[in-house]
Design a protein around this ligand. Sequence first.
Ligand SMILES: NC(=O)c1ccc[n+]([C@@H]2O[C@H](COP(=O)([O-])OP(=O)(O)OC[C@H]3O[C@@H](n4cnc5c(N)ncnc54)[C@H](O)[C@@H]3O)[C@@H](O)[C@H]2O)c1
Length: 341
Amino acid sequence: MSATKVGVIGCGYWGPNLLRNFAENETAELRWICDADPARVAAMGRRYPAARTSTDYQKLLADPDLDAIAVVTPVATHFQIAREALLAGKHLLVEKPLTATGREAEELIDLADRSQRTLMVDHTFVYTGAVRKMKEIVASGELGELLYFDSVRINLGLFQKDINVLWDLAPHDLSIMDYLIERQPDLVSAIGSCHIEPGIENIAYLMMHFADDFIAHFHFNWLAPVKIRRTMIAGSRKMILYDDIEPTEKVRIYDKGVTTNRVGPDREADYQTLVSYRTGDVWAPKLDSTEALRHVVGEFLDSIRSARRPLTDGQAGWRVVRLLEAAQQSIKNGGQVQSVQ
Ligand SMILES: NC(=O)c1ccc[n+]([C@@H]2O[C@H](COP(=O)([O-])OP(=O)(O)OC[C@H]3O[C@@H](n4cnc5c(N)ncnc54)[C@H](O)[C@@H]3O)[C@@H](O)[C@H]2O)c1
């Protein structure tokens, strides 16, 4: 079978990681490297001399032998480049977040469906060994009834000029939650503040309310003294702590919880609730340590070859973008609850 011919648009901070993974994949041929900045494209061209280079992505669209394109440019440019690439008949991998608005995401999904092209979003964390192991555990029902999802992703910098902390960091945690629990909230509320750049929030707190008692909370921050990437998923029987900073034991499962028994009636109250605490074992499963982007690129190429939907398809990208939009609207309205139905 001939290799899938791939072009990468955008060789800034993240693009070189995709270039490397496409170059290393035996089912792909890295055919084009593109960046609007001539110095960047030249530097990558020296690293991969067999690939053609250009500062103009139209060259890639016009190449009839090019099968697929990865868009690794700033978020505001995703839609236009992705739309043109789909219209040119290319399969598409777009960086997170898929687009800057839900409407744009819907249009890309529609275009990809009509032209029968693969549309995939790079929700990188979904392809990590840690998140895939957590998916197995959640899907097995071992945690019991799911109660809450609580995530913190904070560090110092990298301040972005074009997007706020929510659009930069939240796609990671929202895509992880989307993949693990497969449920959508009814309501979203968020607050944030701009301490450095006017109009660009560098800190945000996000809450999600679901139809039942399940609840989710997120903290994103570019102005923190320490780097923390920690998620707790609590179930009625067991709880998971996912610490991405931990070098090896990133996922720990705690056999902890409380059991309540209602007894009574007695004199003080109609019923008395007896709470008993359960503290059992803690274990850390062995995780696949393969670089997540290797799986991302593998999934993209395989979904093209087998004409199937990728795990993180356009719909997954759209679900994350519409939550970001609702959260952004809530921040704008001073934390007002937004419906996402
Ligand atoms: N999946 C992840 O973990 C992850 C991590 C970092 C960034 N990202 C995503 O990757 C994308 C790029 O982020 P970055 O940090 O690399 O940004 P960056 O600013 O470092 O790089 C973007 C590059 O795109 C180029 N570019 C812009 N417009 C272009 C155009 N029209 N044609 C050709 N080249 C163009 C710029 O010259 C620049 O080199 C963003 O969508 C971001 O959200 C994803």
